[in-house]
Write a protein that binds this ligand. Structure first.
Ligand code: ADP
Length: 233
């Protein structure tokens, strides 16, 4: 299997006919999905329909039982674990529902962490991290630990961390699920503005139409399968 990028015109990331079961429960049952460079796609659907499992498979975190995932022309499923982890660190960013910041580190250290893991020197990593905190309107909490900031501030820090390496794809799993509507909307605005500016694609899992409204396109997952919004009555 070639590991060379094939084309810049096709989808940046795609999944074909993914199947994934946890014990007897099928979480994905022939799910297909694709996203282009710079596109923001909302994955919607009821709880338990397979949205998070699809996101985890697309990000190379959970291996599907069958099916293919292609990223920039490379077969993600065929890569070694080490190669997949390296790819995740350099090309992907992540935002989860509850921030998942490292509690022992300050906010600026949290944002700098992906750069530090990629080998950037501390001073430079902190400089870039501070720029991102400013952009996410939380430069004032840089020195604080995650336990000392509000939910909305923490989630902005998490968004800054997801973008600090200027990834090609940001995976956001219910990024506003723990926020009130004002902070939720603001976080979505900041995330999608920054993603559009840096040409990052965003795979956004949400069950809220208000949040999905920030996307370019919506798909719905039902019973482990993906349907285009246009085809859902
Ligand atoms: P959603 O994100 O739409 O709520 P999930 O992808 O989390 O759905 O879950 C789809 C199905 O797979 C559910 O029935 C869920 O209970 C099951 N599932 C997901 N992850 C696991 C896991 N790690 N172990 C066991 N079952 C799981």
């Amino acid at each position: 299997m070639s590991t060379e990028p094939r084309t810049l015109d096709g989808p940046l990331l795609s999944a074909e006919e993914l199947h994934k079961s946890f014990g007897p429960t099928p979480a994905l049952d022939g799910a297909s999905f694709s996203i282009r460079r710079g596109e923001v796609v909302a994955i919607m659907g009821p709880s338990g329909s397979g949205k998070s499992t699809l996101l985890h498979c697309l990000a190379g975190i959970v291996p599907p039982d069958s099916g293919t995932i292609t990223y920039a022309g490379r077969n993600l499923t065929a890569l070694t674990d080490a190669h997949r982890s390296a790819l995740r660190r350099s090309e992907f960013g992540f935002v989860f529902q509850f921030g998942q910041l490292v509690p022992e580190l300050s906010c600026v250290e949290n944002v700098a962490l992906p750069l530090r893991l990629a080998g950037t020197r501390r001073k430079e990593a902190h400089r870039v991290a501070k720029e991102w905190l400013e952009r996410l309107e939380v430069s004032d909490v840089g020195h604080k630990r995650p336990g000392e900031v509000s939910g909305g501030q923490g989630q902005r820090v998490a968004v800054a961390r997801s973008l600090v390496t200027t990834p090609k794809v940001v995976f956001a799993d219910e990024p506003t699920g723990a926020l009130d509507s004002y902070n939720g909307e603001r976080v979505m605005q900041l995330l999608t503005d920054a993603a559009r500016e840096t040409h990052a694609a965003v795979v956004l899992v949400t069950h809220e139409a208000r949040v999905a409204a920030y996307s370019d396109r919506e798909v719905v997952v039902r019973d482990g399968q993906v349907r285009d919004m246009a085809g859902v009555g």
